[in-house]
Design a protein around this ligand. Structure first.
Ligand SMILES: C[S@@+](CC[C@H](N)C(=O)[O-])C[C@H]1O[C@@H](n2cnc3c(N)ncnc32)[C@H](O)[C@@H]1O
Length: 391
């Protein structure tokens, strides 16, 4: 098998990336700034976790008293059930515990509970964490973990990337408050976008520069993402926090320029100097290729990049749909289309029927375009369709 294939196979299975403490701290602080009592008296479940690996338990255990938590539960997934195998050795913490069982350690999940001051030092913290083996392997879909979900007020974790859809559905089915990590692409999923559109869920605070750094289970593991040897961290592009817990940033409206000012002064050469914004050929909306180029005075529908959702303020805009992945309302079907790639190679396709389309008066340069009945078209990236809310 070619080396590249091996890498792909590995990447598809690898869910073993661990969240950094300070990323968790930055995110949780945003909810706490908005409502200092957001977690007070609440039960938090951290599924798909493992305190020996994960910082979610460390963070909430350290802040148990300060946040006024009622109960912290975290569950881990059995090493033998993990799709991506790494050498397994039970930790000293586990081996030295009276309940240690060598027949269970690699096939059972574990539950860790923090609820009371066991050590008698007058504080509830990580020293008071109690654990035992679960009946099963700790799969979040199992009856026993689902029961814990039902007991909890909040579900907080970085779930397995490969099971994201199922994980979110599991949370929504339980009607729980949640704060989880996912990939920006998940926004386009049929199961996710309608929830965002209807303000049932939204994005948390962005990772700095859109880059998230996670610790891999094994050093030098760069099967997915970009591995940095100096830090032993793997960089992932386009990771987001997804949540239904309110925070202040989503209520800060974007400050925007008028259409005229954008066309005159925009920092983007694609906008500056144009006569007007481009209008889609197959949908009544203008193309706005950059979030900071959204005009303040356009009353109609605008197609904006998906990354707009990082800055989406529901008091400023309403979301009407998304092109391409889940369009629903394209108003035109294009007949026979010839796709011409950058090198001039031609092929018959049906791609224009899926997504927002621009009509060009001249042959587009340096990009793939489509010829339909002698006219030239390009298709734009997936766009979120939005409109200003008039005060
Ligand atoms: C992306 S890692 C994150 C781990 C930890 N929550 C953190 O953020 O540091 C996801 C974890 O979920 C575990 N996992 C995979 N499938 C699972 C399942 N069906 N049920 C529970 N956990 C699962 C993986 O083994 C992995 O350790």
């Amino acid at each position: 098998m070619a080396n590249s294939n091996l890498k792909e196979a590995k990447a598809a299975k690898n869910d073993e990336f661990y969240t950094q403490f300070h990323d968790i701290e930055i995110e949780m602080n945003a909810y706490l700034e908005y409502d200092p009592n957001v977690f007070r008296g609440k039960t938090i479940l951290l599924p798909c976790d493992d305190p020996e690996w994960s910082n979610f338990t460390r963070f909430f255990a350290a802040k148990f008293d300060e946040l006024g938590l009622k109960k912290l539960i975290s569950t881990s997934y059995a090493p033998d059930s993990k799709k991506y195998k790494t050498p397994y050795q039970p930790s000293l913490f586990e081996q030295e515990a009276p309940q240690f069982d060598s027949t269970k350690t690699s096939v059972k999940g574990k539950i860790f509970v923090l609820e009371q001051d066991k050590s008698g030092d007058g504080r509830i913290n990580i020293d008071d964490l109690e654990w035992e083996y679960l009946e099963g392997d700790g799969d979040f879909r199992s009856k026993e973990v689902t029961k814990l979900r039902d007991e909890a007020d909040f579900i907080i974790t970085n779930p397995p990337f490969s099971l994201f859809r199922e994980f979110l559905a599991w949370i929504m089915e339980g009607e729980k408050k949640f704060i989880i990590i996912g990939n920006m692409n998940c926004i386009t999923y049929k199961e996710v976008f309608p929830l965002i559109m209807n303000n049932k869920i939204w994005l948390g605070i962005p990772f700095p520069g859109g880059n998230a750094y996670f610790r891999p289970a094994m050093q030098n593991d760069y099967a997915v993402g970009v591995y940095d040897e100096d830090t032993n961290l793997v960089k992932f592009r386009n990771c987001i926090w997804l949540t239904n817990v309110d925070h202040g940033r989503r209520h800060q409206p974007l400050s925007l320029m008028t259409i005229a000012d954008n066309l005159r002064y925009s920092k983007h050469k694609e906008i500056r100097g144009k006569e007007t914004y481009d209008h889609y050929d197959n949908y009544d909306a203008i193309e706005v290729p950059f979030t900071d180029a959204i005009p303040s005075d356009y009353d109609g529908v605008m197609g904006v990049p998906i990354s707009f959702l990082d800055k989406y303020c529901p008091e400023q805009f309403e979301i009407l749909g998304i092109t391409k992945a889940w369009f629903g309302s394209a108003s035109k079907i294009y007949p026979e289309q010839i796709q011409v790639d950058r090198h001039g190679k031609e092929s018959k396709v049906t791609k224009l029927n899926d997504g927002a389309v621009l009509l060009h008066s001249e042959v587009p340069q340096n990009e793939t375009y489509y010829m339909v009945e002698g006219k030239y078209y390009t298709q734009v990236y997936a766009r979120v369709l939005i409109r200003h809310i008039k005060s």
